[in-house]
Structure formats: structure tokens, C-alpha cells
Design a protein around this ligand. Structure first.
Ligand SMILES: Nc1ncnc2c1ncn2[C@@H]1O[C@H](COP(=O)(O)OP(=O)(O)OP(=O)(O)O)[C@@H](O)[C@H]1O
Length: 464
């Protein structure tokens, strides 16, 4: 649409449903023509001064000031790593990991470490913090050292991990060696890495985060742990492997277990007072006085009760701030935390079901639809007939009964629902019953917002 064109009222895609809803609520009884002129208003201001497009800029912030809620929202963003003096409740763990790898500063083999623990318990944070400090100390003592952090979820083959290590070392050392991105196998990438290590360093700490995601973790660990002994490099290489799977070490074969004796640590979920402190350190994200009493304690208590995950707790506080900001509120209140907890949960369910097929989403929607307020269990046969109705509603062809049954098992594996075997007594057949584990409304909102057809069926969104 050009600047001069009239919006057509019904189909103006630049105005969101939410804006129209808000407009309706604010001006009860508005006619369609009034809504249309409001849209025009937004369009006109937009063309006048892009710096103050009201679509993005709140009233009162036209002078360039930030919102009345946020002073530095990034302090609560996922990528923000707290400074060393703001790592809460992990002193013992920091000391313990440091004690294992410290030998590097004396030009001696560091012990290898495996850290286990649930998500958001500070495993990566502590590993990186200790390694960085070790590198500083070693380098200051004329033992040039480096640390490399590898996210194995993104680099889930041995070749990718080897390439990431080689390329990270090349960047850190400012080496002229040009390492190809593609076309080489793990052996060649290891060779590049060893060449750089031997030219620049006496010691290396490799952090392998989510090591269990690598297809050949055994080959990788075997190679790195015996690189010096095998004469591939003169440097001492210490490994910190991080895993959410507590059985990871047991699953390694005997050959790796013996070449890589490890010291294992388990990081426990955070307690409420620790999460509270973690959040307090980020209070500066908000303007003074904006966070109402009880908000941080409430967020910490609920997070400790549900998971003890610092990342999720930080996330909830940010979402609560966003909700307050979107509503043009002057303060963040416990009511915003309540909504934020739900929204964060919806986001997580969305992420979990992201990779499932459109048909799987219809099956999950059906289970949500059947589930009433008392969260009952349903037999596969009952779910299947309701699923056929769902398919009819959105114009999809139903899958077979067996496929739907398999899909229900997949959701149980994902931790969204659970399946119970029932019957099997005298003259009774055995059958499965399925039940949501996650809050029904959370699942419904996530699935409706993840599938266009379901979204349409619910006129855009599912309110909870
Ligand atoms: N002890 C802590 N003090 C301050 N912030 C923390 C602490 N632990 C975790 N956090 C915050 O939570 C984020 C996630 O922590 P971290 O990545 O270390 O968790 P993790 O145990 O490695 O989880 P995952 O298994 O999901 O990778 C950190 O970036 C930091 O913002």
C-alpha cells in the first residue's frame, strides 16, 4: 500500500489483530470506519517520521528515551554472561574444577573432568570461568595456554568438533593458517589444531558442552585425551566434558574410560535463595523502583519449585518486564510474573514441538482439546476418533490408528504427556491411556500458535 492509499479496513495486514482488539477495548462501540481511521493515523505518522513510528515507539518516548520499564533489558537476555563477581552459589564447584585442571600452570597434565547436571545449573558458566582464569594465570607464568569452548549440539559430529577446535585456535592465535570450512575429515582438522597448538601453546583446555550430542563422542575423547601420549602434540590437553545425561560416563567403552580417567561432578539445581541472588544482580535491567516488592522472590520461589534452572528464571523475569512494558504499566508486579511463567512455559513447549510434523501437532491438539480442567486420561481409541474430527475441522486427511498411537508415544518421550498401560486382568485386554503432563492451556496455546491451520481455527491465537 502506498502512503496515500486508504487501508481497506478488513484486510490491512500492517495492523495486528492485537492492535485492533486493544482499540476495541479502549473505545467500546467503535465503528468499523473509526477503526479504519485509526489505522490511517498509524500509517500517516509512520510516513511523517520513521524515527517515531508509533508501531514501535511508545507515547512519551519520542525524545529517544527508553521505555519506562527497561534501563538495560540486555542484562536479562540469554547471551549475557554474568561477571566473575556475580556468579552465585558455585564457589565450591569453581574451587573443585580449578583443583583438577590447575596442573597445567606447572606444565603438567591436567585431570579430565566431566560435569553432570540439569539445564541452567551453571555448568557452562563455571567451566568457562575457571578455564579463562587458568589461561590467564598460566600465560602470566610463561606457560602459554588457550581454552576452546565447543557447543556440541551445534557441532554434533567428530569432524565438526575437530573443525571448531582448529578454527577457534586459529582465531585465538591469529595464525596465518587458513583452515578450510568443508571437505576435510576429523583427522585433517586435528592435524591443523595440533600444528597451531605446537606453534603457539604449551597447554589447552577443551570444553565440550553437551558432549552426549556428538555421534562419535568416544572417538573424540580418545583422540584428545591421548594426543600427547601418541606424539601428535607436545602440549598438555585437558578436557572438561559437560553432559545432562548422568549415565554418559558409563556408556563410554572401556578403551576410552581407561585412556581418559575423569573426575566427575554433579551440579545440583539452584535453591530459591540462590536464584533470588542471581536475579537481584540483574535488577539494574530495570529503572529504579520499577520492580515491585515480591516480584524477584516470587520468580525465584516458583523457579526453584519447578526446576532450579537459572536460565529459565532469568527468562521469566525478562518476560514479566516485557509484559509490563507492552501493557504500558509503570511497574512490574507479581501479576506479570504469573503471566510470564505461563508464557515461558508456552515458549518451551513450542520449542519442543517445533520439529514435529503437522499431523503430530493435530494429535497433540486433540489430546489438549479432550483434556478438561481435571486433566483426565484418554484411551488411544477415544483420542483417535476425536483426532478424526480435528482433521475434519482443518481439512486434513487422518493418519492410520497405528501412526497416531506412535505419535502419542513420541509426545510421552518428549515429556509433554505420559502413557499408562491399563487392563490385562482376568478376561481383560491391555490398552494404553494418555494424559497431558504439561498444563492443558499451555499446550493448547503452544500448539495453536505453532500450526497455521489451528491458528485459523482459533481466530489467530489461544488466550490463557
Ligand atoms: N551461578 C550463577 N550465577 C549467576 N548466573 C547464573 C548462574 N548459573 C547460571 N546462571 C545464568 O544462567 C545461564 C545458564 O547457565 P549455564 O549455561 O551455565 O547452564 P548449564 O548448566 O550449562 O545449562 P545447559 O545444560 O542448558 O547448557 C548463564 O548464562 C547465566 O546467565
Amino acid at each position: 500500500m502506498t502512503d496515500n492509499e486508504e487501508p481497506d479496513g478488513g484486510g490491512d495486514s500492517s495492523i495486528t489483530d492485537q492492535q485492533l482488539d486493544d482499540f476495541d477495548t479502549n473505545r467500546e462501540g467503535s465503528s468499523a470506519s473509526e477503526i479504519s481511521s485509526a489505522s490511517e493515523e498509524i500509517q500517516r505518522q509512520d510516513s511523517d517520521d520513521p524515527a517515531n513510528d508509533p508501531l514501535f515507539v511508545r507515547e512519551g518516548n519520542e525524545d529517544g528515551s527508553s521505555t519506562q520499564i527497561w534501563a538495560d533489558r540486555d542484562l536479562l537476555s540469554i547471551g549475557t554472561v554474568p561477571g566473575p563477581d556475580r556468579i552465585v552459589g558455585r564457589d565450591t564447584e569453581i574451587q573443585s574444577v580449578a583443583g583438577e585442571i590447575r596442573h597445567l600452570i606447572h606444565e603438567s597434565q591436567p585431570n579430565h573432568v566431566v560435569i553432570y547436571g540439569e539445564t541452567g545449573t551453571g555448568k557452562s558458566l563455571v567451566s568457562r570461568h575457571v578455564s579463562d582464569r587458568l589461561v590467564d594465570t598460566a600465560t602470566a607464568r610463561n606457560v602459554p595456554a588457550a581454552s576452546v569452548y565447543v557447543e556440541c549440539k551445534k557441532n554434533n559430529t567428530e569432524t565438526r568438533v575437530a573443525r571448531t577446535i582448529a578454527r577457534a585456535l586459529s582465531d585465538k592465535s591469529d595464525s596465518d593458517i587458513d583452515i578450510p570450512r568443508i571437505g576435510l575429515g576429523s583427522a585433517e582438522y586435528y592435524d591443523y589444531a595440533y600444528d597451531i597448538i605446537d606453534e603457539y601453546y604449551d597447554g589447552l583446555i577443551v570444553i565440550l558442552d553437551e558432549i552426549d550430542m556428538v555421534d562419535n563422542a568416544e572417538g573424540l575423547l580418545h583422540e584428545l585425551s591421548r594426543a600427547r601420549e601418541a606424539g601428535h602434540t607436545d602440549a598438555y590437553i585437558g578436557i572438561i566434558a559437560i553432559s545432562n545425561d548422568i549415565d554418559f560416563g558409563q556408556k563410554l567403552n572401556a578403551r576410552v574410560q581407561s585412556s581418559m580417567r575423569t573426575t566427575d561432578f554433579v551440579f545440583e539445581p539452584y535453591q530459591s535463595d540462590q536464584i533470588e541472588q542471581i536475579l537481584e544482580y540483574r535488577r539494574d535491567a530495570f529503572h529504579d523502583g520499577v520492580v515491585q516488592d515480591g516480584v524477584i522472590t516470587e520468580t525465584a520461589d516458583r523457579s526453584a519449585d519447578e526446576h532450579g534452572d537459572a536460565r529459565k528464571a532469568v527468562d521469566v523475569l525478562r518476560i514479566a518486564g516485557d509484559i509490563a512494558d507492552d501493557a504500558d504499566a509503570e511497574v512490574v508486579s507479581p501479576k506479570h510474573v504469573d503471566k510470564a511463567v505461563k508464557r515461558a512455559e508456552v515458549n518451551r513447549v513450542k520449542e519442543t514441538i517445533e520439529s514435529t510434523s503437522p499431523q503430530s501437532k493435530l494429535v497433540l491438539y486433540t489430546l489438549g482439546r479432550l483434556t478438561g480442567s481435571n486433566n483426565r486420561r484418554f484411551r488411544t481409541s477415544g483420542i483417535y476418533s476425536q483426532y478424526e474430527t480435528t482433521c475434519g475441522d482443518v481439512g486434513a486427511d487422518p493418519l492410520s490408528y497405528d501412526r497416531v498411537s506412535q505419535i502419542l508415544s513420541t509426545f510421552a518421550l518428549m515429556g509433554i504427556s505420559e502413557s499408562h498401560q491399563v487392563g490385562g486382568g482376568h478376561k481383560q485386554g491391555v490398552y494404553l491411556e494418555h494424559q497431558l503432563i504439561k498444563d492443558k492451556d499451555v499446550v493448547m496455546k503452544a500448539v495453536v500458535e505453532s500450526d497455521e491451520r489451528l491458528s485459523e481455527l482459533h481466530n489467530g491465537t489461544y488466550e490463557i
